[in-house]
Design a protein. Structure first.
Length: 157
């Protein structure tokens, strides 16, 4: 099935035939954030392939990749690469998903490292998902509105 390519409409294989991906998510949302920490390995991959799956959306977490600014965790990246290789050995495509849920652990989520969360004295009352998006004052200060982001990037409305 590999390598995959595409047309304007379809994902295609090396022969130009369209490909339908049947898959599931593989995320481990707790520190170390790597699938093997949850016991995911070759036996699971073999089971998925035998069950007809040919794709896995594999979660990758910024907080595990970059512990400090410009300091990357090669061990974590190697574990993700190993999972990709294990899946590929069973004919399963990995779709890497740079995960972010509620931005950071301080908001009861995961994604960005602590060094990417600005300091503030605003209260950090927890309302849970998805209410933190709307009610948490610290979250609202931290995350600009989409229009503000667009104006900063482009200088236009």
């Amino acid at each position: 099935m590999l390598p995959l390519g595409g047309t304007n409409t379809w994902i295609t294989d090396a022969s130009g035939r369209f490909v339908v991906l049947y898959g599931l998510n593989q995320l481990y949302k707790f520190p170390r954030y790597e699938p093997s920490a949850d016991g995911f390995g070759d036996d699971d991959t073999a089971f998925l392939a035998a069950s007809g799956f040919n794709a896995v959306r594999l979660g990758v977490f910024w907080t595990a990749v970059e512990l400090q600014p410009l300091t990357y965790d090669d061990t974590y990246l190697a574990s993700i690469a190993q999972t990709v290789q294990t899946l590929a050995a069973h004919g399963i495509v990995s779709l890497l998903d740079m995960r972010q849920d509620m931005y950071n652990e301080i908001f009861r989520g995961e994604g960005a490292p602590a060094c990417a969360v600005p300091e503030t004295r605003l209260p950090n009352h927890q309302f849970g998902f998805p209410n933190n998006y709307f009610l948490n004052q610290r979250w609202k200060m931290h995350m600009p509105r989409s229009g503000e982001t667009r104006r900063r990037r482009t200088g236009s409305e």
